[in-house]
Design a protein around this ligand. Structure first.
Ligand SMILES: [Zn+2]
Length: 435
């Protein structure tokens, strides 16, 4: 067990270092991977800190290149006041806010539309502030985490907010209100136009509705793994997939399934289907099996895979298991094709999605169940993920061969918690990526 853990850690460490490097080359934010690496190898960062940061004591946790690019904007500012005036939300800060500090995304949920703005490097002296209004339902401002302030504008109908920056203030337009429009004279409007530089908020006019393709593994002649009491993987994963579909639909997602009943679907058709539907996410659901009868008590836990050509021995074994269903497809893909389809950015995104999913699934299950085992996020060459043009992952929801876990996979409560966890993971990814 110890040896296995050590081996896992080395693999994780390798994967994370690779991702940090790749993120940097692609101009993406490597912080999350660095933090993850920090938890398994804190010593690496101790050394780095000492060698890299001698002259600039004031500046914390930023690379040399970003210091050069934005010298004044690295310090933190405080949000001094927030007011609703002239059809907008006026936020006044103690210093200048860099446009790059702001991330925004939209959520649509049960007839509400939420415009979310996260301000990095900002602190507020209060815990939460709420505004109720006519043209909007509610505005909430809170310290989201030690480094970020989150502003949520909740409205009944989608609109097109604009951000305006002026010295130390940021102005976010609110939905159009007739009363207010009558009050505001033309001169007032002109004045505002001159004083502040308008910045396009790059929020799409239409509301983005995310599409998820759920792929319950196996089906029909292909039973997948067979576990405790001869129960089949294909049935467990279909049940979970159906529950996930319901949960996601309730939250406003558009959902398709590669199969809705017990039928065989080739691996290639599964991702083709997702591409055709223009899916934003491809979630393949599987259950794992112990390599032999003797190890069925030992093998348990959940893991989330993302597609990658890198092969560890363990990943190879799981991949061989999952890939075996459709050998004819496997032959069709040459190594070259695989490398062509895989682009690094997609791997990074799929990895991020896998991290969020794994985390949220575990926390959902642990709320009600004991002995839930985290086998982590791994890369593996799953053929079902090859060719997907969106972030794609494969979740092994547990070992169907384990005496306890195998039965849980058929328990409706357990299945619901799995579904909730997967949905939370997708939402968490959307939040993190600012999609
Ligand atoms: Zn499977």
């Amino acid at each position: 067990m110890k040896a296995l853990l050590d081996q896992n850690r080395t693999l994780q460490e390798k994967a994370l270092s690779g991702l940090i490097k790749a993120s940097k080359t692609l101009g993406l934010d490597p912080t999350r991977y660095e933090n993850a690496l920090k938890t398994i190898r804190p010593d690496l960062f101790e050394k780095r800190k000492r060698s890299a940061k001698k002259p600039e004591k004031k500046i914390s946790s930023s690379s040399a290149s970003s210091i050069e690019k934005h010298p004044p904007s690295r310090k933190r500012v405080r949000l001094l006041s927030s007011k609703v005036e002239k059809g907008g939300l006026k936020l006044s800060f103690s210093g200048r806010v860099d446009k790059k500090w702001i991330r925004h995304f939209i959520l649509e949920r049960r007839g509400r539309v939420l415009y979310v703005y996260d301000f990095k490097n900002v602190r507020i002296p209060f815990s939460i502030k709420r505004f109720k209004g006519g043209s909007f339902k509610e505005i909430r401002i809170a310290q989201f985490d030690p480094k970020r302030v989150r502003v949520v504008i909740e409205v009944k109908k989608a609109y097109n907010p604009k951000l305006e920056f002026k010295d130390k203030t940021v102005y976010i337009t609110l939905p159009y209100s007739k009363k207010r429009a009558e009050k505001a004279t033309t001169s007032e409007r002109k004045k505002r136009g001159k004083q502040s530089k308008k910045v396009d908020a790059t929020i799409p006019k239409y509301l983005k509705r995310y599409t998820v393709v759920i792929d319950p593994g196996h089906g029909g002649k292909d039973a997948g793994a067979v576990g405790v009491k001869r129960r089949k993987e294909k049935d467990a994963v279909l049940a979970v997939a159906k529950r996930l579909k319901k949960v996601l639909q309730k939250r406003g997602f558009k959902v398709y399934m590669t199969r809705e009943r017990d039928r065989f679907v080739s691996l290639k058709k599964r991702t083709h289907f997702a591409n055709r539907k223009g899916a934003d996410f491809f979630i393949s659901i599987h259950a794992n099996a112990a390599p032999n009868r003797a190890s069925r008590y030992k093998s348990k836990g959940l893991e989330t895979f993302f597609l990658s050509p890198a092969r560890s021995e363990r990943a190879k074994r799981v991949a061989a298991l999952e890939n075996s269903a459709d050998l004819s497809d496997l032959n069709r893909y040459t190594k070259n094709t695989l490398l062509n389809v895989l682009n690094r950015e997609k791997i990074i995104e799929s990895n991020k999605l896998a991290i969020d999913l794994q985390k949220q699934i575990l926390s959902s299950l642990k709320r009600k169940y004991r002995g839930v085992v985290d086998n982590g996020v791994r890369e593996a060459p799953f053929w079902v993920l090859v060719g997907a043009q969106m972030p794609a992952v494969l979740i092994e929801i547990g070992y169907i061969t384990h005496p306890t876990e195998g039965l849980r996979l058929f328990n409706p409560n357990y299945q619901n918690l799995l579904a909730e966890g997967i949905a939370n993971g997708i939402e968490s990814y959307i939040y993190h990526s600012g999609m």
